[in-house]
Unconditional design. Structure first.
Length: 319
């Protein structure tokens, strides 16, 4: 399988900039969602639904069909950078869909599980500090190419997870087989810190295999997510197969500070699939800044959904 990288997504967004106005919905209301609360979608024959529940409980919907996106717009996403690290820092990955709890303390050269046949890695100690080595994500759980099991990262308790380079993530669950990829955040600080970096998200879930029918999903219940650098999303939910890309935010803080760096980003892009993008936000704070100006820079979208499939894109913001 050909390696796919974030840099292609960056180029795609550059191509899309001139077309943003025709596919954009403005969601107003909750002040916690800063920076004009722009929600953008690029559907390929599907339907965009943007729904917001106001404080009075009244549901406001915007719905529109868009025939197609610009040719070549959805071309590539997410980090394919090499992840060369010592493996299994939190304990051995046993056969099948097992659970590995990760003890506290310092992990100065990342936590890496590759070629897994199914793993749920649970970070559950408030003293946990993880630093990604140069060119690597700080916490990586990646499947082999044949498993039908899921790869999952659960950040239940931790202190800090830090990645600092191009094409990396703080937490990255990546399924190369036929199972789901999921990241759940409940507490802790997860961040990328290279202000000159490129395409480095705080949290990423990625389904790679084009024949995979399972979902890529991120759930943020708490914690603090932050990124610096261009094209560096707070959360990046990536679907290359036939399943959906789902992001749910029920708490926590997400802040980005680079150009083209949305707080919440989700994409599904297999053109012949019916995969959908589904974003649900019910609480928390999402803010984006660029060049130090919370209303300036280039397209600092709070929420950004991109669809290159025959499916739909939807977002619900309650508040």
């Amino acid at each position: 399988m050909q390696s796919v990288r974030w840099r292609g997504w960056a180029q795609a967004l550059g191509m899309a900039a001139a077309k943003m106005s025709q596919c954009m919905a403005i969601v107003t209301g909750r002040l916690a969602y800063k920076v004009s609360d722009r929600v953008s979608f690029y559907p390929n024959g599907g339907v965009v639904t943007v729904a917001q529940t106001t404080r009075s409980g009244r549901l406001v919907k915007y719905k529109r069909a868009v025939a197609s996106i610009a040719p070549g717009l959805v071309v590539a996403v997410l980090a394919g950078a090499p992840q060369a690290q010592a493996a299994d820092e939190c304990g051995p990955d046993g056969p099948g869909a097992d659970i590995v709890p990760c003890g506290g303390g310092a992990f100065p050269t990342a936590i890496t599980y590759e070629d897994s046949d199914g793993l749920t890695l649970v970070l559950d100690d408030p003293t946990t500090v993880v630093v990604g080595d140069s060119g690597s994500s700080a916490v990586l759980v990646e499947s082999d190419t044949t498993t039908t099991n899921s790869v999952v990262i659960i950040a239940r308790q931790l202190d800090t997870v830090t990645a600092s380079d191009d094409d990396v993530s703080g937490l990255l669950a990546r399924n190369q087989g036929l199972g789901a990829a999921t990241v759940e955040i409940e507490s802790g600080m997860i961040r990328t810190t290279d202000s000159t970096g490129f395409a480095s998200s705080a949290v990423s879930a990625w389904v790679i295999n084009p024949d995979n029918t399972e979902d890529a999903s991120i759930i943020v219940r708490g914690g603090r997510l932050g990124t610096q650098g261009e094209f560096s999303a707070g959360t990046a939910t990536i679907q290359s197969g036939m399943g959906n890309a789902i992001t749910t935010v029920t708490g926590g803080t997400i802040q980005t500070s680079g150009e083209y760096s949305p707080g919440v980003y989700a994409i599904a892009f297999r053109a012949d699939s019916t995969a959908s993008v589904d974003i649900r936000i019910s609480d928390g704070s999402i803010s984006t800044t660029a060049d130090g100006d919370s209303f300036g820079g280039i397209h600092p979208h709070a929420v950004f959904g991109l669809v290159g499939t025959l499916g739909d894109a939807s977002v619900l913001i309650e508040g």
